[in-house]
Design a protein around this ligand. Structure first.
Ligand code: SF4
Length: 209
């Protein structure tokens, strides 16, 4: 796994840009202390440790599910009452934390999105274009799938012995089978990223003023 910048690049940076635009203070204008937006983030009580403050004063995070005392089970019960039983975990289409089940779901239900992630996977093979241009090329190649095979050909219908062995060594428990199939258990939001890449945003993008 390389350094993760996905949440910073694809979520926090555009959200901050849009919030600044909505407030009428595009970067690098200084925002008065009393001017801010309230942002609601859907962290449930069983993952309260992922609830964090925003890293800028012009955004204040609220966690309404925690305020309500709702767990993941409460959320599922509520969604079921609205006939929304198939609501998936939130995540980007091309998330490297997907398990095989999520990749198959995209492939088998949405050909356009599958083509998109296959193209994205091919595009990251040499790493970050900006890093390459800056003289910090990736040592090796990047892949979305744990097998390190191009997504279009990756073994998403079965788990290879090499994948199992690698993950068994990494996790050292029986969790590895579930991770290969279902991906990491948590969803992802800008201030509760699966990869904890959110902490990079402040330093990397100069948007935290
Ligand atoms: S879901 Fe989260 S960890 Fe996965 S690619 Fe998106 S921002 Fe990154």
């Amino acid at each position: 796994m390389t350094r993760r910048q996905c949440t910073g690049e694809y979520k926090i940076k555009p959200i901050k840009k849009q919030v600044r635009a909505l407030l009428g203070y595009p970067y690098p204008a200084r925002i008065p202390r009393e001017v801010f937006v309230e942002q609601w983030v859907g962290i449930s009580t069983d993952e309260f440790h992922r609830a964090k403050d925003a890293d800028v004063k012009y955004m204040r995070n609220r966690h309404p599910l925690i305020d309500l005392g709702w767990s993941r089970t409460d959320c599922i019960r509520y969604l079921s009452s609205l006939d929304l039983t198939d609501t998936p975990k939130s995540s980007c289409l091309g998330c490297p934390f997907h398990g095989n089940a999520q990749w198959r779901h995209i492939r088998d239900t949405s050909p356009e999105e599958w083509a998109d992630v296959v193209e994205f996977d091919a595009a990251i093979r040499q790493g970050n274009a900006r890093a390459n241009a800056g003289g910090n090329p990736l040592l090796g190649e990047a892949f979305l799938h744990r097998s390190r095979v191009p997504l279009a050909d990756a073994p998403i219908d079965h788990v290879t012995a090499a994948e199992l062995a690698a993950l068994q060594q990494e996790l050292g428990s029986d969790d590895y089978v579930a991770v290969l199939e279902e991906g990491v258990p948590d969803g992802c939001s800008p201030w509760a990223c699966r990869g904890d890449a959110d902490t990079l945003a402040r330093d990397d993008f100069g948007l935290a003023t």
